[in-house]
Design a protein around this ligand. Structure first.
Ligand code: 4AD
Ligand code: MG
Length: 466
């Protein structure tokens, strides 16, 4: 294995004259007069290490081996670092020995230097991680994931692993994948003809979790501050550039916290993550700025430095009504905000990140705390330029009686939520939390246009390869 100090990232930081062994995959090869230049990358950094194979080494390796050094081949080279006379890099490795571990025949290797489309690269997800674009995407995803844990750990939050198989629909929206061990060709039936789930693995219907929130609340009411960070699943048939059927969500949950506290944490959290990316991902951001979206760095700085605007849903609707636009979806009080509305609000009307609060209860989940007006709930959505909603959260309904009537209003069964309701009977307190979609955030940090290109192996309607 490669140890710290031996990554290409480290080699590029070393001094001329040092001997090093570099291992990685060939990006490109160029041949000069009696000399060969190989760009080698091990994924540790955006830049490649330039390997120089001079005439002496090349003839020692022989033509048969030399011919195997092509794009995609896995190569190990030992040599001495020297100052590079060429432009584009300051150091290069003069090879003394070279081993081709795994060739990648040029005639068939699917990833060539020429620019491939994102659609094509999705079809070769087993190789696309070796490309410049996906190398940069997944390094940023890695930095962000680590920063997420740092943020919460530094603030005393407990990391909780909430279950992936669940019997309750957190969002109450019904976009659930079923989990069953029943034989679908021979389903057991009740006398009324319905599927008899009492004979299924869990003795009742079970699903993949759409959120870890309900269980995170259990932990907040024991550990004060908790967070989950895991995969969630939604069977909504939304074939859009912002929706996945499997995505990762970060969900903090805080006891002794109302909506104002919730919004403050959301803003601090998002800004912390963006500042971290700006500080630690300079080279990868250079690439995104040059090749994907010239505004990406400026947008990150803007959101990282600008205090978020606060608007109630009612105020947001008023702004949209004044906008004098031909909306694809009508603007009416009581209707959900669509992406076009969200983006108008944050990009044009206010021109900064916005937190919209106090939505009509009809369009939000049963667990959100009812306001005294009886019409709105203490929900909050964070909207940012270019994406729209990136965070959704709320203060939770901590009153047992109100919660029960909300469940009924929403037409949800009481039984699966018995423990969630009982939490309100014993030691209940005001609490709040939110969910940040990891992939929406990575789209933001990279300027990538399609959410399928910021998760290693996307799951979308009709597609679950790799
Ligand atoms: O607004 P949502 O549905 O909120 C919840 O799930 C709450 N239980 C969170 C909480 O309060 N603990 O989802 C939260 C975020 C969205 O703002 C969005 O960023 C992301 O999750 N998201 C998706 N990302 C990709 N694909 C999908 N299908 C997504 N649905 C939501
Ligand atoms: Mg939402």
């Amino acid at each position: 294995m490669i140890r710290p100090g031996e990554y290409i990232r480290d080699i590029l930081q070393s001094a001329a004259g040092e001997r090093h062994t570099a291992r990685g995959w060939v990006k490109t090869r160029r041949d000069g007069k009696g000399v060969h230049f190989v760009q080698l990358n091990d994924g540790s950094v955006f830049r490649d290490l330039q390997i120089v194979l001079d005439h002496e080494v090349a003839s020692r390796l022989g033509k048969a081996v030399l011919d195997l050094i092509t794009t995609g081949a896995c190569l190990e080279v030992t040599g001495v670092l020297v100052d590079s006379p060429g432009s584009g890099q300051s150091l290069e490795l003069r090879a003394e020995e070279a081993t081709v571990h795994g060739p990648a025949p040029a005639a068939t290797y699917p990833l060539q230097k020429k620019g491939h489309t994102m659609e094509y690269l999705r079809e070769i997800a087993h190789l696309r991680s070796r490309s410049n674009t996906f190398g940069a995407v997944f390094r940023i995803r890695n930095v962000v994931s680590y920063a997420i844990h740092r943020f919460f750990q530094e603030r005393g939050f407990l990391y909780v692993h909430t279950p992936i198989i669940t019997a309750s629909d957190c969002e109450g929206a019904g976009a659930l994948f079923g989990v069953t061990a029943l034989d679908l060709q021979a389903l057991p039936r009740t006398t009324e003809g319905a599927v008899d789930f009492s004979q299924d693995f869990f003795g009742k219907p079970a699903f993949l979790a759409v959120s870890g929130q309900l269980e995170a609340e259990i932990f907040a009411l024991a550990f004060s501050n908790a967070y989950t960070f895991g995969p969630t699943f939604r069977a909504e048939n939304s074939n859009t550039p912002r929706h996945l059927a499997e995505f990762w969500m970060i969900e903090p949950e805080m006891a002794f916290c109302d909506l104002a506290g919730d919004m403050a944490v959301a803003e601090e959290f998002l800004q912390f993550l963006l500042r971290d990316v700006l500080e630690r991902c300079d080279e990868d951001l250079d690439f995104f700025e040059k090749r994907i979206d010239p505004t990406v760095r400026d947008t990150l700085r803007h959101v990282a430095e600008t205090p978020f605007e606060h608007l109630t849903y009612t105020e947001a609707i008023a702004l949209l009504e004044q906008a004098d636009r031909d909306w694809e979806y009508p603007v009416v009080w009581g209707g959900d905000l669509q992406a076009e509305h969200e983006r108008y609000l944050t990009e044009e009307a206010v021109q900064r990140p916005i937190i919209v609060t106090d939505y009509p209860r009809e369009i939000k989940a049963f667990y959100m705390r009812m306001n005294d007006d009886g019409r709105t709930v203490r929900a909050m959505d964070v909207l940012v330029p270019r994406i729209g909603e990136i965070i959704g959260g709320s203060q939770r309904e901590e009153r047992a009686d109100v919660l029960l009537s909300r469940l009924k209003d929403c037409g949800l069964p009481e039984e699966p939520y018995w423990w969630y309701r009982e939490l309100r009977e014993y030691g209940s307190v005001a609490h709040a939390g939110f969910g940040l979609g990891l992939e929406r955030l990575i789209m933001y940090c990279t300027g990538m246009k399609n959410i399928r290109d910021v998760i290693p192996f996307p799951r979308t309607p009709g597609s679950a390869d790799f």
